[in-house]
Design a binder for this molecule. Structure first.
Ligand code: HSE
Length: 432
């Protein structure tokens, strides 16, 4: 074993960074044995230097992250700051000064992954980011390495723990969105500002990263269609239950049937209770991968939290250190297929549409005609007279597979019918 240590600079020492530092210390001997050289924490860049950080030598702490990555003797920079800047500049500077990088930064990788990979290549450095998607769950490496000989056609996953906690709570207790969010906040599962999670931004960044790697193409954050889950209601869950389904916020990345394009989207969807993703409870994440040869694979585990995310960071750190010792680099960017990302209108799936309609002769026929005129085939229709005596009924239509554009056209036309009082909800049905 080499005795000269590999030097690691840690950028950020919050929930994840402090766990990275702790595991580097407590598992130092094992990490050294697995890598073939000791790893030394050479510096920790923080915003608030006065904060007491147990187990971290205060002499290593600095507020000057740029100076740390420019030192010239750093082998690996671990970036767990998050956000676009200063993380992007620090990573680029790290490559320029001979370091490889391990990052947990999904927003940055989703937005600037191509440029960062190019910078890593220019300097014969590694850029690893297993922790950027679904915390501890191994996903990037299985997609990039284990499935490198296969052809992935679909990635369908729950990649946000906060929203899964909220939706699971709504499902199991009948609570409304706000009540479930309040509980998630009180228990620490939701941030004080939950926008990134509940509006689907966090999941969309992860979908962009997963789609790019799975399909060997370039998928940017802007390419991902996104709908949050704040409009999901207790009534939607009741409808889902009536169909033997539950509701999950899904990230769905698909290769088109003709193989010539891909799509990536995040939105709430009904999935059958028999689908493995339906039983993912609480704040857990799970990702279902379908490929030509392997068939169906499922990856499951904690998608957030200090120690689980640090586990993924440490796995990358070991891999990058091994590469450093052997003078090699690991697999980099692989966007050679250059498949275009199709717009949401071309996505084909099934839909559950709940309408408030006048309860009188001919209405069902009128509604069915609108679906037919837009080429959307109806699978089932359920009508229930309302108990309030207002002469209206609730009409639930479940369609066969149709394009999103056709469905949008159908719904617009339905809204123009005098007999349709309102479109109560539209939800996609996935996983069948
Ligand atoms: N906020 C994310 C979640 C974790 O709730 O899953 C970090 O991506």
């Amino acid at each position: 074993m080499r005795t000269r240590p590999l030097k690691v600079a840690l950028l950020g020492c919050g929930v994840v960074g402090s766990e990275v530092a702790r595991i580097m210390t407590t598992h130092a001997d094992d990490l050294a044995a697995r890598i073939g050289a000791p790893v030394e924490l050479a510096g920790v860049a923080v915003r608030r230097p006065s904060k007491v950080r147990e187990g971290i030598d205060p002499a290593l702490v600095t507020t000057d992250a740029t100076a740390l990555v420019k030192r010239g003797d750093i082998d690996v920079v671990v970036e767990v700051i998050g956000g676009i800047e200063p993380a992007r500049s620090l990573i680029t500077t790290a490559f320029e000064h001979g370091a490889s990088v391990v990052s947990a930064n999904k927003a940055l990788l989703a937005q600037d992954g191509a440029a960062l990979h190019a910078a890593a290549d220019d300097h014969d450095a590694d850029l690893y980011y297993e922790a950027a998607v679904a915390g501890a769950i191994p996903l990037i490496r299985p997609l990039r390495e284990s499935l490198a000989g296969d052809k992935v056609n679909r990635v369908l996953g729950i990649v946000n723990g906060t929203t899964n906690f909220i939706l699971d709570k709504m499902d199991s207790t009948g609570a409304g969105y706000q009540e479930a969010l309040d509980e998630a906040t009180a228990l620490g599962f939701a941030e004080a500002d939950p926008t990134a999670d509940v509006e689907g931004f966090d999941a969309a960044a992860k979908a962009a990263i997963l789609a790019g790697i799975a399909f060997h193409t370039r998928v940017r954050l802007d390419d991902v269609y996104r709908e949050g889950m704040i409009e999901v209601t207790a009534a939607d869950f009741a409808s889902a239950k009536a169909m033997g389904c539950t509701i999950k916020l899904l990230a769905i990345c698909e290769r088109a049937a003709d193989g010539g394009s891909v799509t990536a989207r995040v939105h709430p969807a009904m999935i059958p209770l028999t689908h493995p993703l339906a039983s993912v409870r609480g704040a857990y994440n799970a990702v279902f991968v379908e490929s030509d040869a392997a068939g169906q694979l499922m990856f499951y585990g904690p998608g957030a939290g200090g120690a689980p995310t640090a586990s993924a960071v440490l796995g990358d750190l070991v891999a990058v250190c091994r590469n450093k010792l052997s003078g090699a680099t690991g697999p980099g960017d692989s966007a050679y297929t250059q498949l275009p990302v199709s717009p949401m209108g071309e996505v084909v799936t099934r839909y559950h549409i709940s309408l408030d309609v006048a309860d009188k002769p001919g209405v069902l026929a009128q509604v069915a005609t609108v679906f037919a005129e837009h080429g959307v085939s109806i699978d089932t229709v359920r009508q229930q007279g309302r108990q309030d005596g207002g002469g209206d009924a609730s009409l639930v239509v479940v369609t066969h597979r149709a394009s999103d554009a056709s469905l949008t056209g159908t719904v617009e036309a339905l809204r123009n019918l005098d007999t349709v009082r309102g479109v109560a909800s539209i939800m996609r049905v996935e996983g069948e």
